[in-house]
Ligand binder design. Structure first.
Ligand code: GLY
Length: 525
């Protein structure tokens, strides 16, 4: 159970809603403004602000908010109006709490605070202008939350609404005003898809899927999502991830008369998501899209983070764009029709992110390997949420992969080369990543960059999940020509994520040919 944090502009009702919500949930309540006043032994937080100035006030506020978030028992916490302007506090709240922004128009805010305590922020000749300016300065910070609620509604109604939100499994990808939420829905709850799409107020919908998903799962989408939507049903498989498939989506959307408020819905695995996302990125120079992943691989990796594109003969994903979805709905019930091989392929990406950035996640995958391999819904839902949270922490630091995000490519230099060499008709993507992860870790050890025990640990867990971990040296050598198309290559060198210890990795530039020789030495003869 997470804390519930209420944020929002002055006068949005954080304290009164917070107190009522805490009473309803039977949880302790913390009001950070009251704590600041107590800490400084002053009547109100406004007095502390006026006495010390904003920079010092924000420091005290950050300490108090961080301490409240660190409490083990789930609390209801009302932040001050400016608390979330500190990114570290805002992101700590996203990690440890359900963060809800209460929205009110500036006029309501002014009317509500006029009669209350001293507001040094508004002690100017034009308080209305100042409030409007502050609100616009904070717009992006307030957008980074799990949900927004109308703060002008009656308190009882807001409390019930926030209680519902607090019961959901939500992960927020905080990207200012482009923030979106990944909802891990209870299995089989299609209405979450309707709610997500309804929130976008779409003028039209184009649903992109593939034949397999269409046959097995299309009717699990609620009627209000399907009815009146245009459908594009693609051929399944990585070898269909081509510009021709993108053209089909473009043409279907344009024929249906899509406008800038239209939404593309990607209903399928990673291939469908990448193609639909790229089509959305380029249609009318960018329309919104929603990801409804139906494979484990797409749930834990591809649907989150905004990488879109398609393959060319020279290699995978060589043409594409970053275009973030406006929402992601994950329902592990879609995995029922996924065979064990596809399920295992998705787990390879979870092992990858655990090794690269989240040691506790890797421990849990090892502990839950048997139920995960068997397809147990609870184990899958738990691991999907943890993997999404781990990915979000990387993506929010480096949305467009200028640096740290590239650690998510562990296993992909070798994996992509093997896939391309097999014409995308051999190993599944996740299987190629599994083999690539083990071979890259072994190669780093061979090159003096890492510890050979990491490759052994990775191979053990991947095998327990039912994944391949080996390739023949002759195949690696033949595939290596495709490694020169790696997007992280620069001249003769390529940037690879080197795992220093489980959960801690960094990008290192190595000689591509030398890496190829080390990878081949670790492959089977
Ligand atoms: N699949 C790796 C990433 O999204 O960065």
């Amino acid at each position: 159970m997470r804390h519930v944090v209420l944020s929002g502009f002055m006068g949005s009702g954080k304290s009164s809603v917070g107190r009522a919500l805490a009473a309803r949930l039977g949880r302790p309540f913390v009001d950070t403004d009251a704590e600041i006043a107590k800490h400084a032994a002053r009547p109100t937080a406004g007095d502390v602000f006026a006495e010390h100035g904003e920079p010092r006030f924000r420091e005290i506020e950050a300490q108090i908010a961080t301490a409240a978030l660190a409490r083990a028992e789930p609390h209801v916490i009302a932040f001050g109006g400016g608390t979330v302007t500190a990114r570290a506090v805002r992101w700590a709240a996203l990690d440890r709490a359900t963060l809800v922004t209460l929205d009110v128009p500036v006029e309501t805010s002014l009317a509500r605070v006029a009669s209350s305590e001293h507001r040094p922020n508004l002690a100017v000749r034009d308080p209305g202008g100042r409030a409007a300016h502050l609100l616009s300065e904070r717009r992006a910070a307030y957008a980074e939350c799990h949900a927004r609620v109308d703060g002008t509604a009656p308190v009882e109604e807001i409390v019930r609404h926030v209680e519902q939100i607090a019961g959901k499994a939500l992960e927020c990808v905080p990207l200012g005003e482009r923030t979106y939420v990944v909802e891990i829905a209870p299995a089989g709850h299609g209405e979450v898809v309707s709610e997500t799409i309804a929130r976008l107020g779409a003028s039209s919908r184009v649903i992109v899927t593939d034949k397999n998903v269409h046959n097995a799962r299309f009717l699990s989408l609620p009627a209000e999502v399907r009815d009146g939507a245009s459908e594009v049903v693609l051929e399944p498989g990585e070898h269909e991830k081509t510009i021709a498939a993108v053209e089909r989506i473009w043409d279907a959307a344009l024929t249906a008369g899509i406008d800038r408020r239209g939404v593309v819905v990607a209903f399928g695995g990673g291939v469908v998501g990448d193609l639909a996302g790229f089509a959305a990125a380029t249609l009318l120079r960018g329309v919104r899209f929603v990801q409804i992943p139906t494979t484990l691989l797409a749930m834990v990796d591809a649907s989150v983070g905004g990488k879109t594109g398609f393959d060319r003969a020279a290699g995978k994903n060589l043409v594409g764009a970053f275009h973030q979805p406006s929402g992601v709905v994950i329902d592990v019930a879609h995995l029922e029709t996924l065979d064990a091989r596809q399920r295992a392929a998705g787990l390879a990406e979870v092992v990858k992110i655990g090794l690269a950035d989240d040691a506790a996640l890797l421990d849990d995958v090892e502990r839950l390997a048997e139920p995960l391999a068997r397809g147990d819904h609870d184990a899958l839902a738990e691991i999907v949420r943890r993997a999404v949270a781990a990915k979000v922490r990387v993506v929010r630091d480096d949305e467009t992969e200028r640096g740290r995000r590239a650690i998510l490519n562990l296993g992909h230099t070798v994996g992509h080369a093997l896939e391309a060499h097999q014409g995308y008709r051999g190993l599944l993507h996740g299987e190629a990543v599994a083999v690539g992860t083990v071979l890259e870790l072994a190669a780093f050890a061979d090159m003096g960059l890492g510890d050979a025990a990491l490759a052994r640990r990775a191979a053990d867990v991947l095998r327990a999940l039912g994944l391949p971990t080996e390739a023949r040296a002759a195949e690696v050598e033949a595939a290596w020509t495709y490694a020169s198309s790696d997007k992280k290559r620069s001249g003769a060198r390529v940037a690879v994520p080197v795992v220093r210890e489980v959960g801690r990795s960094e990008m290192v530039h190595v000689d591509l040919a030398e890496l190829g020789r080390a990878v081949a030495r670790g492959a089977t003869r």
